[in-house]
Design a protein around this ligand. Structure first.
Ligand code: FAD
Ligand code: DHB
Length: 399
């Protein structure tokens, strides 16, 4: 078998890339090691930057998001029991969209299948070959257990943090930058009415809490927990009590709306970047090359921003033999990656309680957080800086 671009991974990076290439007249084959149902049900991100929303509309897959997504023109920061509003619309003229990542993934998969284009689920034993030659190859076992070989012009490694693509880059070629955090997020999905029209990011003496939502009857909430946290150690009632304890307001009026908890998931927090994001004919994109702690809601948006640049570079290379867009790909996208790495690290550091044995876990560290929180909720300049990073710098900002 032969295609122009072999895409490993049917997450946001791989599926957006496949659609962008299709619209540019480039053939691709998408290979995914999980089943369709698993990929479509995997609950993850919920906040789309304006730039991501624009791309989804431009590629003709935004119809359901336009109907079911919920535009948010601002967010709330809560600390010391007081709630502060950050008005994105007024400060930046831009908004974000609440629309689940798995809904975006579902819409892109449905489009690909409707267009009758190759997207193979449940493949295994994916291996990359001849990356430094002109005809790199992917071998894999298909869902029926038959071995397959796919020749390509380029291979896009869009297979996330746990993917295999980057392991085929020879030793010594990549530099990794890494930071782990002494806490994790415990996320729940519940059938409950939202307790607020906007997200609430809460700093409290008992740790960080985030109230988010998916619709007017489904909420998505997160608690800061220790990295080894086991969800089985907390009853549902204890979980809701903990949200009330962390999110309590000084006037005593806030109570979280409770409901049936339908999903529980613990995610670790990490900042990690590898450079460069290209090795010969292999191009990496999204979580395969960088991850951020979720506090800034950046991960999926970064994956989309990567593949917008990548699709242009691949198209130019294949249509006019001009590889300059691929030569600069890594440097160009890493400018946005590092901005988002900084923003996510900064939001995480400002909002979470560090354990007492951590260098930031003393009273001085706490006063630094509170001072920063007061500043970003009172200075218009500081508020605008937070807002422009949160809604996402325009897609052409780093070009
Ligand atoms: P992935 O979504 O990981 O996709 C990679 C795909 O490759 C997967 O389908 C995987 O099954 C497949 N794969 C892996 N290995 C192989 C293989 N060997 N062969 C074939 N296929 C393979 N981001 C935001 O922008 N906003 C948010 O609000 C937000 N909140 C988050 C909350 C949580 C709790 C978590 C965990 C993440 C959050 N993120 C958020 C991050 C976001 O979910 C990721 O950054 C995003 O999924 C990255 O997309 P991707 O396509 O690069 O990788
Ligand atoms: C959600 C996730 C985030 O990481 C975040 O910062 C805000 C909201 C969510 O899943 O809704």
């Amino acid at each position: 078998m032969r295609t122009q671009v072999g895409i490993i991974g049917a997450g946001p990076a791989g599926l957006f890339l496949a659609r962008l290439l299709q619209l540019a007249g480039i053939d691709s084959v998408v290979l995914e090691n999980r089943g369709r149902e698993y990929v479509e049900k995997r609950v993850r991100a919920g906040i789309l930057e304006q730039g991501t929303v624009d791309v989804l509309r431009e590629i003709g897959v935004g119809e359901r998001m336009n109907r079911e997504g919920i535009e948010h023109a601002g967010t709330q920061l809560r600390f010391d029991g007081e709630t502060h509003h950050i008005d994105f619309q007024e400060l930046t003229g831009r908004k974000v969209m609440v629309y689940g990542q798995q809904e975006v993934v579902k819409d892109l998969i449905a489009q690909r299948i409707a267009d009758d284009l190759p997207l193979h689920f449940s493949v295994s034993e994916v291996e990359l070959h001849d990356l430094a030659g002109t005809t790199p190859r992917i071998t894999y076992t298909d869902a029926d257990g038959s071995p397959q070989s796919l020749e390509c012009d380029y291979i896009a490694g869009c297979d996330g943090f746990h993917g295999v693509s980057r392991s085929f880059i020879p030793d010594g070629h990549l530099t990794a930058y890494d930071r782990t955090y002494p806490f994790a997020w415990f996320g729940i999905l519940a059938n409950a009415r939202p307790s607020s029209k906007e997200l609430i990011y809460t700093h409290s003496p008992h740790g960080f809490a985030l109230h988010s939502l998916r619709s007017d009857h489904v909420v998505r909430n997160y608690l800061q927990v220790s990295p080894g946290f086991d969800p089985a150690t907390m009853s549902d009632e204890q979980i809701w009590d903990e949200f009330d304890r962390r999110m309590a307001t000084a006037d005593g009026t806030f109570a979280i709306n409770r409901g049936e908890i339908t999903e529980k998931l613990v995610s670790t927090m990490r900042s990690w970047v590898i450079t460069p994001m290209r090795y010969e004919r292999l191009l990496l994109a999204g979580d395969a090359a960088h991850i951020v702690p979720p506090t800034g809601a950046k991960g999926m948006n970064l994956a989309v921003a990567d593949v917008v640049v990548l699709a242009e570079g691949i198209t130019r290379a294949l249509q006019s033999g001009d590889e300059s867009g691929l030569d600069s790909y890594s440097d160009v996208v890493l400018r946005r990656v590092w901005r988002c790495e900084h923003f996510s690290w900064w939001m995480t550091s400002m909002l979470h309680r560090f354990p007492p044995d951590h260098p930031e876990g003393d009273d001085f560290g706490l006063q630094m957080q509170l001072s920063q929180l007061r500043y970003v909720t009172t200075s218009e300049a500081a508020m605008r800086s937070l807002a422009e990073n949160y809604v996402g710098l325009p897609l052409d900002y780093f070009r």
